[in-house]
Design a protein. Structure first.
Length: 469
């Protein structure tokens, strides 16, 4: 964030300044008192479990120039403070105002799967020619997006912001804050069905990003989905469709994937990048589309791809003892579970392919059906052994068995801890294990447990990769 005198925030926030000089410079916004640095502006937010107003003294003691507090708490707080009606709407209003002061190109990224990888890939590619920022971690909601936007400085030329949604209107609200000029829509499928209510609502909710773009902007949309292709015709801005099917503006051809290397051809130009799964082609194509539209050369795009590394817990590969582990534990939905099965099926190995998975959460009343269908997919995927835990573990197991999966190769139970000893017995040297589940299932615990079984091996050591010829 560019340094700002406190008095310049009074009008945008409709705030009053108490207990401090207006000339004090705020250099960054912090919402966690433990992370405050000298020169920060501490924003006191109320959450479900904590109210940050109680930590204002610690933030000021750590060097915050002032705290932003709501009017209800202001009388109980001492020290320099900006008093607003409510702190969360004020944060969003501040980010909206601050964005209007910046000239950087703002790129919004959404979709049911692949948002984070696509965001990272676009930012890495654009960084080969321009200075910019991307969303912090998984900061993609009504709090995280404003904080990410406030990382912009006058020296930056772009910002790639991830936009998540749990219901209709969420993306529209985020676009109202960030005012993106470019929108990237990856793939759409059943995710957060519990709050969206229907697949139709998910498509409409994600498409709010395209609808929010100015006529001078452009959208990059996954064109292999017939419904997205049809919806793209309604856009009031330019649209670039990408995919593997004919008829897209950018078509990936001659796609070659080996663990650790993805190669493909786009309109005569060849690209390659480090990738642990073929489905990361979607993110790569979106990055090529954005980069070409803003004028990057083939060489600059490839330079960015050379620097790309997958985000944590999203198809990251490591060796634990004698096993190859594919850590895809960050989250799960029907689309991403299908992609995980494809990743495991394509992995070259002379040993077993083992899948350890947890529930796909927030799918609503149809959860048993979605998990049963997933089990049927597993039966067709070439997986050798299946371990599944969670409330819907039996639904997955029944689906797999109905598809012909061997009974003696399936284990299902409520708790991950119950499966772990069996996992230790089932794994043989050379096996490939893929771990996946929704965030609430905390499937990364399986990796931590496996590492403890092999204490002599440093965690996170990269797996040996077979290089493409």
């Amino acid at each position: 964030m560019d340094p700002l005198p406190l008095h310049t925030l009074l009008a945008p926030l409709q705030a009053s300044l108490v207990g401090g000089p207006g000339e004090m410079l705020a250099c960054r916004v912090a919402i966690d008192s433990r992370e405050v640095r000298p020169g920060d502006l501490f924003w006191a937010l109320r959450g479900e479990r904590h109210d940050s107003h109680q930590f204002v003294p610690q933030a000021l003691a750590a060097g915050a120039v002032a705290a932003v507090v709501d009017a209800h708490h202001a009388p109980q707080i001492t020290g320099p403070r900006l008093v607003v009606s409510e702190t969360l709407p004020a944060l969003q209003q501040f980010a909206r105002w601050y964005r209007q002061q910046q000239e950087a190109l703002v790129i919004g990224v959404t979709g049911s799967v692949g948002k984070t990888t696509t965001r990272e890939m676009i930012a890495t590619v654009l960084s080969s020619a321009h200075s910019g920022i991307r969303s912090r971690k998984n900061f993609n909601n009504e709090i995280g997006l404003p904080l990410s936007l406030l990382d912009l400085g006058s020296e930056h030329e772009f910002a790639v912001l991830e936009m998540g949604a749990g219901r209709r209107g969420d993306i529209r609200a985020l676009c109202d804050i960030a005012a993106p000029e470019v929108g990237v829509l990856t793939r759409v499928g059943p995710a957060h069905l519990e709050s969206f209510g229907s697949l139709d609502a998910i498509y409409e909710g994600k498409f709010e990003l395209v609808e929010a773009l100015p006529c001078t902007g452009f959208a990059v949309v996954g064109g292999d989905d017939p419904r997205l292709r049809a919806m793209a015709r309604q856009a009031t801005c330019a649209v670039r469709l990408f995919g593997e099917q004919p008829g897209n503006d950018l078509v990936a051809e001659e796609v070659e994937f080996h663990p650790g290397r993805l190669r493909f051809l786009v309109q005569g130009d060849r690209f390659h990048l480090a990738a642990s799964a073929r489905h990361q082609l979607t993110s790569a194509l979106a990055a090529v589309a954005v980069a070409r539209e803003i004028g990057l050369s083939t060489e600059q795009i490839q330079e960015g791809f050379d620097l790309f590394r997958p985000p944590a817990s999203r198809c990251q590969v490591e060796t634990i003892g004698p096993w190859t582990i594919i850590d895809d534990s960050y989250n799960a939905s029907p689309l991403s579970m299908q992609a995980a099965c494809e990743c495991l099926r394509e992995w070259p190995t002379g040993s077993q392919r083992v899948l350890l998975c947890g529930d796909m959460l927030e799918l609503g009343p149809q959860s048993p059906e979605w998990h049963h269908q997933f089990g049927q997919q597993i039966a067709r995927s070439g997986v050798d052994r299946l371990l599944v835990c969670g409330e819907f573990a039996d639904d997955v197991a029944r689906g797999a068995l109905s598809g012909g999966f061997p009974l003696h190769q399936v284990a299902a139970c409520d708790a991950l801890e119950t499966l772990l000893p069996l996992l230790d017995c089932w794994l043989s040297p050379g096996d490939v294990l893929l771990v996946k589940g929704s965030r609430g299932m905390r499937m990364e615990r399986a990796l931590e447990w496996l590492r403890r079984q092999v204490p002599s091996l440093p965690p996170g050591r990269p797996a040996p990769q077979r290089q493409a010829a």
